[in-house]
Ligand binder design. Sequence first.
Ligand SMILES: [Zn+2]
Length: 310
Amino acid sequence: MTTTTLDQWRARARAAQETDRQVRRLYDVAYRIAPIGRILTNPNATADDIAYATTRIPRALAAAARLLTRPGVAEHPETPYARSFLTTAERAMNAPSTQLLKAANAARAAAAAALANNDDLQYVLFSDIEDRCRGLVDAANSRTGWTRHDHTASKTVLNHAARWGLSPDARIPRPTDDDQPPVPAHIAQEAARRTETRARCAAGIRCTRTTCLAYGAVWTHDGTGQGPFLCPGCIPAANAERAARGSAPTLHAVPGGVPADARYSVTLYNGTGPGRRTITCATPQEAQFTAETVRPFNNTGYTIHVTTTP
Ligand SMILES: [Zn+2]
């Protein structure tokens, strides 16, 4: 039997205290990193979210690795639980979701640029890539894991995105017009429909009379407030309908039309449930095109109002 001196007891107690202190630091790192790891499984994560998470996680893992080299920390009974948080975050970073979300955000930025350029083909193509990437992340979450099929589907969409220059890691330039990969037929069809809609909307805002719906309606006023958009030929008919319903004030075309500095407020509403969204547009063409192409609900309806700038 060995005897222990008081000094030896004290030294051991100090060492144990120091180990406990380092294990607490390990837990601090682990608890901070857990919610950051979950960012990488969120299908709606933005480019900033991904940049933040993919910077913070490796730093936390490096800090944890340093703490694990301190005496007694790796063997401490409470260390495996702390490590499980770090492993989860590390797995999230290396899962296909991180690459998919990077591609989704690159596609979102490219689609926004295409929208600004009125490039229907690229808008539809890049929006489709974004939707597919986020959809895969969402599907893997709902099953809490990546199947072999998910991995294959991820590779397919990531290759497709990379060929269009949407892989932020690969640093591949966007292909030139002569060097573009083939566009899937359903994407080309949807882009063509969008271009047709754009051409129709060139005439301006649609008449609100359901029996007419012609493009190029004028702004009306009834003396008390803003009236609907109607074609000049529909104004007498609309007034007759209003009179028959007993709603008196007569609609007139606003003299001079919509002021040049006015804006168009397009309200998209859910025809079968709660929810609405408003988008401001600079021209009647843009307003009508937005009303016909932005469909946030299954049964989207729209109204267009003029908002005069102060
Ligand atoms: Zn009309």
